[in-house]
Write a protein that binds this ligand. Structure first.
Ligand code: SAH
Length: 341
């Protein structure tokens, strides 16, 4: 049943995701397509977690505004540039600036601050891509950041279902706004990444089908999915973690439905299982995102409990991943890694 088809109907998707079809067939087909489009290449993205200040209170997230059990930090331009310099030497050609929705980087003055950082990176590393992942902003702000040199934007939609989205976020956060942001980003010309957490509290397989349908409309260039993992200082602290197997099935389905997508094998997948990231690569993922943040701040960017790689220097993180990628049957390339269409 899992063959070279460009689409599945809802019933087929439910069967695949529930494990009614042999996973081996799904995974084999996903890997075949991935190799057809991207060969055995795995792209590196250097993640720089540059601020953990956040005005939001997502029920699942460890850096939510109400969490007082962490030290808030924000990296300055020079520190960020040093992370990029180190990363460049290690072969990184994409830098991902990720953070909470930090008011310091919002509004007109905040835009100027963030644009200044983006253009400094873009100026010093013209052969690299600058990716942003800083949440919901106005169209004008996205436009300014694009003009400053940002070319990619990661904004997981989190849940395409209104009902599920509302149960994961406080009332002031609106799914409609998030979707509007994604379409604005696309229209401006960014390569756009959507995505979700597998096994988020209350999520059903029907919800995942809705997520897939939404992404088929959006046609994102990047898709980030990892298991939901609990964090001790959130309202969801007692909710069970997502499942690795379901995450792998979804990755396989996504590779088949989005042959060109850049799909990371996420840190969350590596946290839920020591072999998680290797398995992710073998079922369709083609990106890894080692951490380039200064080691001193890493433990304060804990989105979920037990996040891996918080104690390792960037070089260690990269060589560890290099071995993992190789052992999974692929190879890391030094390449900007734009989407192939
Ligand atoms: N403020 C940015 C970045 C958020 S952190 C934004 O709004 O896009 C990046 C991603 O981490 C989130 O989109 C979410 O899907 C994921 N995440 C947050 N908390 C998590 C948790 N407890 N388990 C797994 N993933 C989580």
């Amino acid at each position: 049943m899992v063959t070279a088809t460009s689409d599945f109907n809802d019933e087929q998707l439910m069967q695949i995701l529930s494990g009614d079809c042999p996973d081996e067939d799904l995974f084999r087909e996903a890997d075949r397509i991935r190799r057809e489009v991207y060969g055995d290449a795995v792209y590196l993205r250097g993640l720089i977690e540059f601020t953990n200040y956040c005005k939001n209170n997502c029920y699942y997230c460890g850096i939510r505004a109400s969490n007082r059990n962490l030290v808030r930090y924000r990296l300055d331009k020079e520190t960020i540039l040093n992370c990029c310099r180190e990363g460049y030497g290690l072969g990184f050609r994409t830098f991902v600036l990720q953070g909470g929705e930090d008011p310091y980087f919002e509004g007109e003055a905040g835009d100027a601050r963030l644009c200044d950082i983006v253009s400094a990176i873009h100026g010093e590393f013209p052969d690299c891509a600058v990716t942003l992942s800083v949440g919901e902003r106005s169209r004008e702000s996205y436009l300014r950041l694009f003009d400053a040199g940002a070319r990619r934007y990661l904004l997981r939609h989190e849940a395409a279902s209104e009902e599920l989205y509302r149960s994961l976020h406080p009332a002031e956060m609106k799914l409609e706004t998030r979707k509007r942001c994604l379409f604005d980003l696309k229209e401006i010309g960014y390569q756009v990444g959507a995505g979700l957490m597998v096994g988020a509290p209350g999520q059903t397989l029907e919800h995942l089908v809705e997520d897939i349908r939404f992404m088929q409309k959006l046609q994102p260039d990047m898709i980030g999915v990892g298991p939901y993992l609990r964090h001790k200082d959130t309202p969801f602290r007692d909710q069970p973690d997502g499942s690795m197997q379901l995450t792998l099935r979804l990755l396989g389905v996504l590779r088949i439905l989005f042959p060109y997508a850049l799909i990371p094998s996420t840190t969350a997948l590596g946290t839920i299982d020591p072999q998680g990231r290797e398995l992710g690569l073998q079922v369709g993922a083609n990106v890894v995102m080692p951490n380039l943040s200064p080691v001193e701040v890493r433990e304060n960017y804990e989105l979920y409990d037990n996040k891996i790689c918080t104690g390792e220097e960037s070089a260690q993180c990269k060589s560890c991943l290099e071995m993992r990628v190789f052992s999974a049957g692929y190879r890391i390339v030094t390449d900007i890694g734009d989407v192939k269409r």
